[in-house]
Design a protein. Sequence first.
Length: 353
Amino acid sequence: MITTDILIIGAGPTGLFTVFEAGLLKLKCHLIDALPQPGGQCSEIYPKKPIYDIPAYPEILAGDLTEKLLEQCKQFEPGFTLGERAETIEKQEDGTFVVTTNKGTQHQAPVVAIAGGLGSFEPRKPQIHNIVDFEDKGVEYIIKNPDIYKDKRVVIAGGGDSALDWSIFLSDVASEVTLIHRRNEFRGHLDSVDKVQELKDEGRINLITPAEIIGLVGDEKLSAVVVKQAQHIEKEFEIECDHFIPLFGLSPKLGPIANWGLEIEKNAIKVNNALDYQTNIPGIFAIGDVNTYPGKLKLILCGFHEATLMCQAAYQIINPGKKYVLKYTTVSGIDGFDGTRKEAPKAVVKKIE
């Protein structure tokens, strides 16, 4: 039996940052993740995807963000159960929870934090009759290594942030990038939309809207896509390409967590955001993309905020009646579980003459 203070289900960015915030409160964490390595989607799906809304980083690759978070929480010595899925949860007489994985590994803690991101997921595939024939032969639903597109002709379909961001990124990698969307309006950040338009004006991205891809052409590998433009119902044409990347998002599933008695709304866990992101079961919290509440934004930095407040509530559950006085790390420094200490810098007083 693995015992800890906070059992975190999900080792993505939010789960990893929880370890740091808990460590500041002298609380120990253990993480469970079905993936074989920490980082969640940032490691498994788009390690080379640039992220632009992490404070202090104008741009950082998703994989690099994972490495930074692991480095940040390393001093608090988190435990990991990787490659195993949290299957069942049972509340004990003493108020603690026992979570058992699909491989039978048991974990016990007074607080459980579900930070499972979108849960288990699979890409949404466009309705193209022969798309399966070209999977791994020019059709990819997830970009793991953008280097394979170097000097290649790439067609991307989609209207969200992923389609926009990858079109921008690959404009410096591929020999030709074409972005196709069935509407003239995009769902992504305005900055990304403006950047795509700028690259189109410079001739670095081909932008075709409103249009959709209705067929794929090729023998052993993909050689072209068939495009139909909305304003030309009868007009269809082919675009020669080496790769077709439909980026229509992921279809999330909570998996076994959906059977834990938690209040679920639209495949997400309802929480009390007015207090501490606790679920309808006291002692079980949900933070990051896996939760929902009025005004919810599915952003990594929002998950960081939720993790911080959740840890404060967890401290009170684990240490009932004990008052915690918040101290800024710039003043108090950081004590690691390994005995090391990072001192806060001494204040500098400048005399004004």
